[in-house]
Design a protein around this ligand. Structure first.
Ligand code: ADP
Ligand code: MG
Length: 173
């Protein structure tokens, strides 16, 4: 298999952590659309949102997604990349899409425990658990729709990588 692999899921689901480990296991490149945008613009996600709003950020994110997509590459996407139908269609056509699925409590716990890994401003300014419940309610159907494979993201990173390697041997859904 040479196709790009896209990691989707909410903030804290492990797209960066698991995506990196998966790339190492497969001998693939790893790339993170947020990091790519930071490197190419010199601005953090928070800076872009402050200057251009979420609309500007989403436009840049769609461009970044296309720019980083290549064979033998694991792409960690931003949590909201699935909001754009264009991005969902692009990912489904270009490669295999993995949804890292975890309950809001797990996501909130991880984001509280490791706030520096969160990188993004909160979307609503609400308490993190409430925000994650709302984010999942709004996006769960989109994550499910775009995913070729849905994985339990509450397992350890090593277990998730092994599970992804198993599903990649099967036909996409
Ligand atoms: P994302 O890129 O999806 O926002 P990260 O990979 O940055 O998520 O993970 C968020 C935090 O949760 C990090 O501190 C990471 O170490 C931790 N984490 C990620 N995946 C797991 C996991 N499967 N089990 C335990 N902790 C995890
Ligand atoms: Mg990440």
């Amino acid at each position: 298999m040479t196709q790009p692999i896209f990691m989707v899921g909410a903030r804290g689901a492990g797209k960066t952590t698991v995506g990196n480990a998966l790339a190492r296991a497969l001998g693939y490149q790893f790339t993170d659309t947020d990091v790519f945008m930071q490197q190419t613009t010199g601005l953090s996600v928070a800076d872009v949102v402050a200057r251009e709003g979420w609309v500007g950020f989403r436009r840049r994110e769609s461009d970044a997604l296309k720019a980083v997509t290549a064979p033998h590459t694991v792409v960690a996407t931003g949590g909201g990349a699935v909001l754009a139908a264009e991005n969902r269609a692009f990912m489904r056509d270009a490669g295999r899409v993995i949804y890292l699925r975890a309950p809001a409590t797990t996501l909130a716990h991880r984001l509280e425990e490791y706030p520096l890994d969160a990188q993004r401003p909160t979307l609503t300014g609400k308490p993190i658990n409430e925000e994650m419940v709302e984010v999942l309610a709004a996006r769960e159907a989109l994550y499910q729709e775009v995913a070729h494979h849905v994985l339990d993201a509450t397992a350890s990173p090593a277990e998730i990588v092994a599970a992804i390697q198993r599903v990649l041997q099967t036909e996409p859904i």
